[in-house]
Design a protein around this ligand. Sequence first.
Ligand code: PLP
Length: 454
Amino acid sequence: MPTTAPKGPGYGLQAFSRPVDAPPLPRIARGEGIWLIDTEGNRYLDASSGPVASNLGHGHPRIIAAIEAQARQAVFAYPSQFESAANIEFAERLARLAGPGLDRAFVVSGGSEAVESAIKFVRQHAVVTGQASRWKVIGRQPGYHGNTLGALGVSGDAHAHEIFGPMMRTVPRVPAPLTYRLPPNHTVESHARNCAAALDEAIRSEGPETVLAFIMEPVGGLATGALVAPDIYHALVREICTRHGVKLIFDEVMSGAGRTGRFLAADHWPGARPDIAVLAKGLSAGYAPLGAALVSAEMVQAVNAAGGFMHGFTYNAHVMNCAVGAAVLREVEEADLVGNAARMGSLLRDRLEDLASRSALIGDVRGKGLLLAVELVADKETKAMIPLERVAPERVKALGMRHGLALYCRRTSRGAYGDWLMITPPLTITAEEVELLVGRLAAVLDDYASELRA
Ligand code: PLP
């Protein structure tokens, strides 16, 4: 047995397969604020917070102190045997920040588990309230809600469905209201209205009495490249769900915990609040595996009255993870990171739009707060996508590493919808760091443009 792990993917199966000829990855040594530093001393500006998780940046002293303090007390105690102060503080803070109607948390270890939990909770709620005929969950195409079979089943990811489809129950999917590549003769608003009408139609054709829920990302993540639908879409979706008695689930795994400049992205559309919200990633800012499904006290009461939620995991409300979550939420409030996301998001967006006006490669800049994305195109006039064989995302990512810029990008569904880079730095970013990020991104795109011309 070698005493040190080999370079490259190592012993583990690499998640989301990288090309076999991809260069070996740098090995992480430590993190400091917005910087990631490898074992050779190279520094990378974290332009994406990893997969949009590290909202507080790296090596945060208050979170490290909270981890140390909790480790000296209790790391794990099974929640059906013991309560923990960490869980109580975390749940109380979360309920206050999420607001009325989303003030009960089922606490799990990540986004996929939280989506599974939300869907199962809504189903059980339907059963105990005399609506057992409702079981179908409608999702959007494209859309992403996680990689366990239930969460993947409601995701609109054609490539994953090609492989795992036979193992999942196929659910109806309606088009996501994309805002950049529109169908002919449509405006953003008329297309969004059509997408909402497609939801109404799908519910009617399935039979409203069979439809349990509609799940969507209120501000899109990787699947749509930070899609923000017009206000009318949100209002229509809420009205349609209410009219048919369908629960509206917001997947806020990426958009929640302050990233869009409000604690929940749902807070941007107060008249169109969801019935359930799902959070993860930024909730623990990457310092622990943590997720939560937020529901109303009334729904919990109904399920509890019928014997309680038939669902659970070993690591529900894990004591250490909850302590991290509580410390992260404390920091989000005390350092006004939601406000910083709004302020720095608007500065970063200005700078990206300026870069787009100079770059032949950036076709669109979109998003809210610090949940931003730039869409890469081969031709800005025609919006033509970069040819598949030019492996845009992997190549841009590799060039980013060369320029000390850690980027997050993936060609979803084999490029069917386009290529984009998520520009989602930690919520702690400063104005100077915004300038540095955009300067490095400009250099990366210059290099990539030269490669495309070669
Ligand atoms: N939902 C959304 C919108 C996501 O972006 C993700 C992960 O990227 C998930 C769910 C799944 O979360 P996890 O990877 O923590 O299981």
